[in-house]
Ligand binder design. Structure first.
Ligand SMILES: [Zn+2]
Length: 374
């Protein structure tokens, strides 16, 4: 799942056609796997309540898309994925299916644009984690993203076995052996540097013996040393599932700590009137002025607002546009619109979940760290 594909989804909008967006956890949850088709049916029935306002063509295409989704979910139960996310619109030729390795909140939306905000939040949670299993002669490299964990590289170094000869011969073999191990570690470090450029590797996790990991770390480029966030207790023969579980646990922990730090930083900056603002109105205003470096938003925060059809501004004010004077038009969820624009503009967005939510709620559920003050 690359960022460009995600951007395409985020920018999709059709006046004429409807799009179906599904988020469905597949795990044996509180209701049990057997109830999955019923759960989906309930979601569908709720979403179909809006049917009366649709054209016959729209009803036809939505029914087609929903039937395809029902078939997908029936098949998916067998595969044992954790969650499924699907975007469908037959008249637009859209059919995108993702199997994120984490549990999603269930929802089904039928609208003129796909429901992408939960997806953007998921993408942020799983920022290109790379796990490296390393021993003296082999490296396995795994990437974690929205599609789950994927083993991407398997590197074999040419390391000769140890020989049982004594004396000089043994010493020579030993030196040769050590050279080859060093070469293998160096080669792996070089490959990772290449991957950092090509694939946007952001976080690095390494598994191996303590001695080897410490040797390996010495070969890492300073950029990559900064990316190294944890060492994991994994064997070379670990399954992708084991790699995924451990990488996810680290990611969750790390995200939570980072979010707590960011909220503290935001609070300090906002209170001192420096590089931070809190609350929806000020956040929207600094966004318009191009000052925003990082947005912090409670994951379930929504608020109605307005937008200007002339200059495109977003606001919570009423009446005319504070920037150009045009009459404002209502927007069902101004937070959603802000998130989409921020994502398309490559602004960093942190969705706050769990225990950190309370601290941000006290600041109005939203805030921004700024590049510069006005
Ligand atoms: Zn305007």
């Amino acid at each position: 799942m690359d960022r460009e594909r995600l951007k395409y989804l985020v920018s999709l909008h059709s006046e004429k056609h409807l799009l179906v967006s599904l988020y469905l956890p597949l795990e044996k949850g509180e209701l049990g796997e057997a109830k999955l088709p019923i759960r989906l049916k309930n979601l569908i029935n709720e979403a179909l309540e809006a049917k009366e306002s649709w054209t016959p063509e729209q009803i036809h295409s939505v029914e087609e898309d929903l039937a395809r989704i029902e078939r997908l979910v029936a098949e998916e139960r067998v595969l044992g994925s954790k969650s499924i996310v699907a975007f469908a619109s037959s008249p637009l030729g859209l059919w995108e299916v993702f199997r994120p390795p984490v549990r999603v909140e269930k929802s089904l939306a039928i609208d003129h644009a796909p429901r992408v905000v939960p997806f953007i939040a998921l993408a942020g949670q799983l920022e290109r984690y790379c796990t490296v299993l390393i021993d003296k002669s082999r490296t396995r490299i795994f990437f974690l993203d929205l599609g789950g964990v994927e083993e991407r590289y398997d590197i074999y170094g040419a390391v000769p076995g140890r020989h049982d000869q004594g004396g000089w011969a043994q010493a020579r073999y030993q030196r040769h052996h050590d050279d080859r191990v060093m070469h293998h570690l160096k080669h792996t470090a070089d490959e990772l540097l290449r991957l950092r450029h090509e694939e946007g590797l952001q976080r690095l996790l390494v598994a191996g013996t303590e001695e080897l990991v410490s040797q390996f770390t010495d070969y890492l480029h300073p950029y990559l040393k900064k990316c190294l966030v944890a060492t994991l207790p994994l064997e070379m023969a670990a399954s992708p599932k084991e790699v995924q579980e451990q990488a996810l646990a680290v990611a969750e922990d790390l995200n939570e700590r980072e979010e707590a730090d960011l909220i503290q930083k935001l609070k300090g900056e906002a209170l001192s009137g420096n590089l931070g603002v809190i609350g929806l109105e000020d956040t929207l205003h600094t966004w318009q002025a191009g000052q925003v470096l990082t947005l912090l938003i409670n994951e379930d925060f929504h608020a109605p607002g307005r937008h200007c059809s002339r200059c495109g501004s977003l606001t919570v004010r009423e009446g005319s546009c504070p920037y150009c004077g045009q009459r404002l038009e209502p927007l069902r969820d101004v937070v959603e619109e802000l998130i989409k624009r921020a994502f398309l503009g490559n602004t960093e967005i942190k969705f706050i979940a769990g225990e950190n939510k309370e601290a941000l709620a006290e600041m109005g559920n939203i805030g921004a760290l700024l590049r510069f003050t006005a």
